[in-house]
Structures are given as C-alpha cells and as structure tokens.
Design a protein. Sequence first.
Length: 245
Amino acid sequence: MRALRILLIVVVILGGLFVIADRVAVGFAEDEAADRLRSTENLASTPDVSIKGFPFLTQAAGGELDDVEVGIDDYEAATGNGAEKIRIAHLSAHMKGVEFAGDFSSATAATATGTATVGYDELMKAAKSEPTDIAPGVTGQVVGLSDGGNGKIKVSLRATVLGVELPEPVEVLSSITVKDNDVEVVADGLPAIGGRQLAESRIRAITDFQQTIDELPGGIELDKVEAAKDGVEITVKGSNVRLAG
C-alpha cells in the first residue's frame, strides 16, 4: 500500500509538471506566432493569438494545431484606390487544421471563418459627402450612416433646393451586401426631395455606393455583411489561409 501511495503521488506530480510544461510551451508558441503574423502582415501592433486544445505538446509534435484564434485591432485594408486604406476596427478569425513549421516560419490553416467590424465613419469614405447635383437647383450629399435596424443601413442626406437647405436630413433605408471584395449599399426606396420626385438614376448616384475591402490577412475573403450598432459586421472566410511564410 505504501508503494502504491508513493506511485500515485509520483504520477500526480508528473502530471502536474506536464500540464505546467504544456502551458509554458503553448504560451511561447502563441507569442512566436503573433510576432510572425505581425511581421508577415506588417501590422502596427502585435495581434492576439490563442491556441486551443489540450495538450498542446502532442499537437505540436504532429505539426498541426486543431484550433487557433487570431484577433487583430485597427487593421488597414486595401481599397483598390491606390494608397487609400480603410480601417477595420477589429478582425477576428477562427482557424482550423493549422499546419506549421517547427520554427513557426510558415503556417497554413485548412479553413478560416471570422468577422470584421468596420465603423460607419470609415464606410463614409466611399459615400458622396460633397454636394452633388441631383436636378436643376437641387443638390444632395451624404452626411451620415447609422444602424437602420434589421440589418439595414440608414443613409442620411443633406439636400439643398434653390440654394435653401432643407431643415431636416432626408433619410433613406438601404440594404447592404457583399459582392466579391466590395461592400455595396443600395437604397431600398427613393425619397422625394423638397416635395419633388426626382430621376432615380440621379438620386442613386448619391444614395448608392460601394467600398472595396481587399488584401485581408492570409487571403481571407468577404462573405456576408449586415449593419450593427456601431458599424457593419462582415463575415469572412477562407481556405488554405497563410498565417506566416
């Protein structure tokens, strides 16, 4: 019995040491992966990398991680318009089946899903925010974007008729969709301005717009989008996503 107790104590101690070693190793791996990702994507700050699953050491020995979560704040995405960028307030991705080199110089996820949050102030960069002619004596411009409820965007217009600014903004409820790398905003219905129903094409030249969001980390792509309280929430996805290398 005494020998059995000693054996049990040894097993418990060794198990505890293994857990400690595993957690130390996963912490080191997360830091190393975060540094590699920051360097590869030229990020302004170090991203959050969280390696899920236990034990980590057995996953590492096989060269593949089951589940990795990545979070990046203030990511500057390309817009397809030269050096102009659009800021993604937060980008999170859930990676599955991540194969990696022993020194973390390369890592590729079999699949990735996640979300990207773009504030309304950033999306405004693509809207017609300068006065634009709609009809003779009538101009309009987008002065604000906000949550319209039920996944819609509310587009607020400032209109001027014969040099007189209308006392209240004209509000248009719009649908928001993703097409390829573009987020598209399209008015559901067109308002009368100053009591006048104007040509649809001229109004849509102001109310409707699109914003390209390109070159996301690892080649992940836009999937779906809907309006939320503080901005648009974009679902992203990808396969064979390169995290490093």
